[in-house]
Ligand binder design. Structure first.
Ligand SMILES: Cc1ncc(COP(=O)(O)O)c(C=O)c1O
Length: 412
């Protein structure tokens, strides 16, 4: 114990951005490198820092805020549920879970739901389910099941998940790793085919690789993965934790090819930017391998999460957000195309989601993000030279235009 005086709660609320950033360093783990902005409140596409400066949010919590900050329908649903019931654990039934699961199955065309909390938990759960399915249904020899994943993947941060990451920073110092994974190049059906054998439980991929810099596979890749997994008798697991729920201009990124996976992983936006909500949605034959006591989570499917998740799915059922993402995605695409050769070396975009490669002569992704911050626009860099754009799907054409103008200005 040190002899310092603990500031009163009021004092916490009166500190400047600079003071708050300085105060974090000794008491917070340094596993992030945030941009120097201290957000205090937000609404829709806009956030405000502790000094009252406003910023256009072009990151949307890595797609956890697809419906913007504090969407009125989501906040209202949350408020109502806070007054009724927040947590039971799965030791008991509660009156909100069936409706949530029914909405998820209706939206996805799949049969059963395993509710979890974070994205990483959904991925972990899918790995366990796929292995159990391989032993009990496919007949793979005990402890021999393999899962094929793609180079450049990002599926989360747990020990098992970083075991099949190809990002050295995400792995260094965290071994020993979980065995049973094979890594193949993304967007390469021939490589996938040669990695699949009688031990393969599943192929796990992101239909668009978000953290890799919004890497979009060739048309036909997802159809090919579906066809290959069906033909060879293994599961297709689509991680749509970042790509799903309207982001790409369709409800799911796999919808662009009309493909239905065996297991679909959802998260981020499913929690409406309010609470962590994730889910494994799957065919009955697959999720039926789980019996009582074999897997679970204290908070997974809790009443508050179920109500917010249901409200999110009701918003998506209107089709408005998918339509906005598709239409404004064309505006984004045209705006970025105009910047190629003017500070941008290339970009990849689908719906309201883009990875923009910055000319190293102009600056790093981090430097461009800092310059945009000074212009009142929030973005985040990835892999050194790429800037990721993923605004709330509620953004207006005018707001999107002003973000593109700011990008052009900082690149000039
Ligand atoms: C595709 C994908 N899967 C899984 C995750 C992990 O989600 P969480 O951070 O909620 O654990 C992420 C997070 O960025 C992701 O993009």
């Amino acid at each position: 114990m040190t002899d310092t005086v603990t500031p009163s709660p009021a004092a916490f609320g009166t500190r400047s951005s600079k003071q708050l950033i300085r105060a974090e360093a000794p008491v917070l783990a340094h596993n992030y490198h945030p941009l120097p902005v201290v957000v205090a409140r937000a609404e829709g596409t806009w956030v405000e820092d502790v000094e009252g400066r406003r910023y256009l949010d072009m990151l949307a919590g890595y797609s956890a805020l697809n419906f913007g900050h504090r969407h009125p329908a989501l906040i209202e649903a949350a408020h109502r549920q806070l007054d009724e019931l927040t947590l039971t654990s799965r030791a008991f039934h509660h009156d909100r879970l069936a409706g949530f699961a029914e909405r998820l199955t209706a939206l996805t065309g799949l049969d059963m739901v395993l509710p979890m909390n974070t994205g990483a938990e959904a991925v972990e759960s899918a790995v366990k389910v796929a292995r159990k399915w391989a032993y009990e249904v496919k007949g793979v020899a005990p402890d021999r099941a393999t899962i094929v994943v793609a180079d450049g993947n990002f599926h989360g941060r747990t020990t098992t998940i970083v075991s099949f990451s190809t990002d050295g920073t995400a792995r260094a110092g965290f071994g020993p790793f979980t065995p049973g994974f094979r890594i193949v190049p993304y967007n390469d059906l021939a490589a996938l085919e040669s990695a699949v054998d009688e031990t393969t439980a599943a192929v796990l991929i992101e239909p668009v690789q978000g953290e890799a810099g919004v890497v979009i596979p060739d048309d036909g890749y997802l159809t090919g993965v579906r066809e290959l997994t069906r033909r060879t008798g293994c599961l297709f697991i689509a991680d749509e934790i970042q790509s799903g729920l309207g982001r790409t201009g369709r409800t799911l990124a796999v919808d662009h090819e009309g493909v239905v996976p065996d297991m679909l992983l959802l998260g981020k936006a499913l929690g409406g930017g309010i609470v962590p909500v994730s889910a494994v949605v799957a065919r009955r034959e697959v999720l039926s391998v789980l019996g009582p006591g074999e897997h679970g989570s204290t908070f997974g499917g809790n009443p508050l999460a179920a109500v917010i998740g249901s409200a999110v799915l009701d918003l998506l059922a209107t089709g408005e957000f998918q339509r906005r993402a598709a239409e404004l995605g064309e505006v984004l695409d045209r705006g970025l195309a105009a910047l190629v050769g003017a500070g941008v070396t290339g970009y990849r975009a689908r719906g309201l989601w883009a990875g923009v490669d910055i000319d190293p002569a102009i600056g790093t992704g981090r430097e461009i993000s800092e310059r945009l911050l000074a212009e009142g626009v929030l973005v985040k860099d990835t892999h050194g030279s790429t800037v990721r754009l993923a605004p709330p799907l509620t953004i207006t054409e005018e707001e999107l235009g002003s973000a593109l103008t700011a990008l052009a200005k900082v690149l000039a």
